[in-house]
Design a protein around this ligand. Structure first.
Ligand code: NAI
Length: 336
């Protein structure tokens, strides 16, 4: 086995944290032949439950787990890390406006961006899960600039991607592994655009266009999109808790794909810094279809965007631009 990979999980005493740490520790992300050292960060008020999570991980007696550290300071947490799952964020409190929540959370990510620059390996790869995930990633990247490259930052839309693939599979009546190349464009929010225009389905041994297999434009432009967009809210309504299990699984999928690469002919959705592709303003952390090779993602180029899709992409772009303005203001920056 090679030297252990040092992996940080923030918000590790929280719901997603509890679901994800075992999966990382037992090799679901980096494989059965790669040891990991898990660094668990939460706020000092959660130091005791965090210690409990650490004890449980030890009790799992896993050959892939080289060590566990439960910490409550950024200096300890970000020291020398190879990967960061930035999950910890402040939950929305009653009466809190969206803008107040954004302001509180982007300040956390400003501080973590500075900590990444100061303590992490420059090669560290970062997945932001804590909401507003895209804009938190933008802020963390901004404050780590000069030390950690922009392309090492990403935000999670893989849960939305998985939800979209699962809905297509249900509609067509095939196993979910027979569905590929759904796309989530834009923000991880209700303005995201789940798009099946380029998706393929393996049906009766033949690869066909998902649009043709579904053959229901009204559904694809209506219920399909709203089901994926509102899935998180529906789960909160039913469970009275957010979708931690599926979010943890999606975060595992996101980093595993980044680590091992995409399969030939396949792309996945990942929110990354725009390079201007598809007319998205440079630097916005925007969910695109990407392929990954040797740990480097590339935005899939040349996909045809019709008028309907363009309208949806414009709406989510506008929301991300507004979030960026609010976030920079909350960080005390008047201009980007
Ligand atoms: P949770 O409230 O159960 O856990 C959050 C944890 O983060 C808590 O233990 C809290 O103490 C900790 N925390 C707060 N500030 C911190 C800081 N500065 N440093 C380290 N830890 C800190 O929440 P849950 O359900 O685990 O969700 C976490 C985040 O993930 C939320 O922002 C949620 O909205 C987001 N989320 C994102 C999804 C996505 O697809 N991008 C999907 C589902 C959730």
């Amino acid at each position: 086995m090679s030297a252990p990979i040092r992996v940080l999980v923030t918000g590790a005493a929280g719901q997603i944290g509890y679901s994800i740490v075992l999966q990382i520790a037992k090799g679901d992300v980096f494989g059965p032949n790669q040891k990991v050292t898990l660094v668990l960060l939460d706020i000092p008020a959660f130091a005791t439950p965090l210690e409990g999570v650490k004890l449980e991980l030890i009790d799992c007696a896993l050959p892939t787990l080289a060590g566990v550290e439960a910490v409550t300071t950024e200096a300890e947490a970000f020291h020398d890390i190879d990967y960061a799952f930035l999950i910890g964020a402040m939950p929305r409190k009653e009466g809190m406006e969206r803008k107040d929540l954004l302001a509180a959370n982007v300040k956390i990510f400003k501080s973590q961006g500075l900590a990444l620059a100061k303590y992490a390996k420059p090669s560290v790869k970062i997945l932001v899960v804590g909401n507003p995930a895209n804009t938190n990633a933008l802020i963390a990247a901004k404050y780590a600039a000069g030390k950690v490259p922009l392309e090492n930052f990403s935000a999670m839309t893989r849960l939305d991607h998985n939800r979209a693939a699962a809905q297509v599979a249900l509609k067509v009546g095939v196993p979910v592994e027979n569905v590929k190349n759904v796309i989530i464009w834009g923000n991880h929010s209700s303005t995201q655009f789940p798009d099946v225009a380029h998706a393929k389905v393996l049906k009766n041994g033949q690869e066909v266009d998902a649009v043709g297999a579904i053959n229901d434009t009204a559904y694809l432009q209506g219920d399909f999109i709203s089901t994926v967009q509102k899935r998180g809210a529906v789960i909160i309504e039913k469970r009275k808790l957010s979708s931690a299990m599926s979010a943890a699984k999606a975060a595992v999928d996101h980093i595993r794909t980044w680590h091992v690469g995409t399969k030939p002919g396949e792309f996945v959705s990942m929110a990354v810094a725009s390079d201007g592709s598809y007319g998205i303003p440079k630097g916005l952390i925007f969910s695109f279809p990407v392929t990954i090779e040797n740990g480097k993602w590339s935005i899939v180029q040349g996909l045809k965007i019709d008028e309907f899709a363009q309208g949806k992409i414009n709406a989510t772009t506008k929301e991300l631009e507004d979030e960026r303005t609010d976030a920079l203001e909350a960080c005390g920056e008047s201009k980007q």
